[in-house]
Design a protein around this ligand. Structure first.
Ligand code: TRP
Length: 453
């Protein structure tokens, strides 16, 4: 497309680099921490099925659309939307979509960093041998004592945010590409070992049944919204993160194929986490719906009671923190890219300001687990409110707009050219999903939740 302004963008060195970075963004706390606990809270099987359908019919088409919009514009999300609307001859207001993304990213990062801080603290706890031979009550006590301490949570939250800022300040190529290469395979192997342990607990089948046998009677409207929101969250969609990554993607590469690969890997990690965790939950008479502490109350039991568990525990939490880092990078990147390209800040300055904003917001989440645990808005703690606002509302709304833009506003010839699919049927299928299926699915779920349907 014709550029009036020179892009200050870098570019990925290869298709692999993009896949690694996008997978790094997708695979994170969402898969290993959030998926199991929201599955537990929402009754298991039926929730999982809705989630899988959402990934397939909404997530993947929107991932293709978001990557496409990024690559076509070669810009940060706000400017990308400006340029693309100009190209399509559409209303200027579409660039607010870019804004929604920048804000959603910082809001998510605020609590993401707090939870990643928990995972960081658990590296030390694993190292010190505290899980050795421990029972469920001891493990529970360790967790409850930990989250009761604002000072500890703030310390680890700050450390994680600092790490995010430092990595992003070093720039796209250096910061992102390398970490994922050893991280993903490592995490995968550890998840499989944990599943092997789950098989020895005696409750393996009960765990599997909970995860995969649906009871649609238990499915509430809010559960459907949570499942849909999580499809966006886990694939990093709806706020421009993938748009930014797409903007660094060389023109020759097939967007659709890469999207399937990334979504496949992401879903596999989440399911493995569920398969590992629920048998441990049932074997120890724990409650599947015990909330955001679920992995911290279950996995240490595995590490404390299996051979080689000490080392595995350390490795697991180290890798979880790295997985969180490669995700948090993509949460802050839209804000940073925008500040650098528009406000003439250096990359370092942009990182400091965005990171500080998210850090300060994160204090609300920290306190919601202890001193402010009684503070409720609409029946939700600050952490729950942040999560609901972003994952259940902002991301689906962002995704809806992306779908409408890619399906209805952008000229067909442009999307066809950009996606460049070898077979016509593939493009046609995507076009139907993005124009009709994805937007109406989001729309009807919203209607259902506000009680209209
Ligand atoms: N997908 C990440 C996870 O599952 C979280 C994440 C990273 C994200 N970047 C995002 C979520 C952008 C929404 C939008 O842990």
């Amino acid at each position: 497309m014709t550029d009036t302004k020179k892009s200050v963008h870098g570019a990925w060195s290869s298709r692999l680099a993009f896949i690694l970075a996008a997978t790094g963004s997708a695979v994170g706390l969402g898969n290993i921490w959030k998926f199991p606990y929201i599955t537990g809270e929402n009754g298991g099987g039926a929730f999982v099925i809705v989630y899988l359908f959402c990934v397939l019919l909404i997530g993947i088409p929107i991932m293709i659309a978001e990557t496409m919009l990024g690559r076509r514009s070669q810009r940060n999300p706000i400017e990308a939307m400006e340029l693309l609307t100009e190209e399509a001859g559409a209303d200027k207001n579409w660039h607010y979509l870019g804004w929604l993304g920048v804000i959603a990213g910082l809001l998510i990062l605020s609590y993401y960093s707090v939870i990643a801080g928990w995972a960081s603290a658990y590296i030390i706890k694993a190292f010190s041998g505290g899980f050795f031979g421990a029972d469920a009550i001891t493990i529970n006590g360790i967790f409850n004592n930990f989250i009761a301490s604002p000072a500890q949570l703030i310390f680890w939250h700050s450390l994680f945010m600092l790490a995010t800022m430092l990595i992003v300040a070093r720039g796209v190529q250096n910061g992102l590409e390398k970490a994922v290469l050893f991280l993903m395979p490592g995490l995968f192997v550890l998840m499989i070992l944990l599943v092997a342990y789950a098989m020895t607990t005696g409750s393996y089948n009960q765990g599997l049944r909970f995860l995969f046998v649906p009871d649609f009677g238990k499915l509430t409207g809010d559960a459907v919204l949570t499942a849909m929101g999580h499809a966006f969250f886990t694939l990093s969609l709806g706020m421009g993160a993938i748009m930014v990554y797409g903007s660094y993607l060389p023109k020759k590469i097939s967007i659709a194929k890469t999207a399937f690969l990334i979504a496949g890997a992401d879903t596999a990690v989440a399911l493995l986490a569920g398969i590992a965790i629920f048998p441990i939950v049932f074997a120890n008479n724990l409650h599947p719906g015990s909330g955001p502490g679920l992995i911290f109350q279950t996995l240490p039991l595995a590490f404390g009671n299996m051979t080689g568990g000490w080392l595995m525990g350390i490795l697991f939490f180290v890798m979880l923190v790295f997985a969180a880092l490669t995700s948090s990078i993509s949460l802050i990147e839209p804000a940073v890219a925008w500040l650098v390209e528009n406000k003439d800040l250096s990359r370092e300055q942009a990182c400091v300001w965005s990171g500080l904003a998210a850090w300060a917001l994160g204090l609300g989440t920290v306190f919601s687990f202890n001193v402010w645990s009684d503070v409720k808005f609409f029946d939700r703690s600050i952490f729950q409110l942040m999560d609901y606002l972003t994952a259940n509302l902002m991301l689906p709304i962002g995704g809806f707009c992306i779908a409408v833009f890619a399906g209805w506003i952008m000229k067909r010839q442009h999307s066809e050219q950009e996606l460049n699919m070898p077979n016509k049927a593939g493009y046609q299928a995507w076009k139907i999903l993005i124009s009709y299926v994805a937007p109406s699915a989001v729309f009807f779920v919203f209607l259902h939740v506000i009680g209209v349907l």
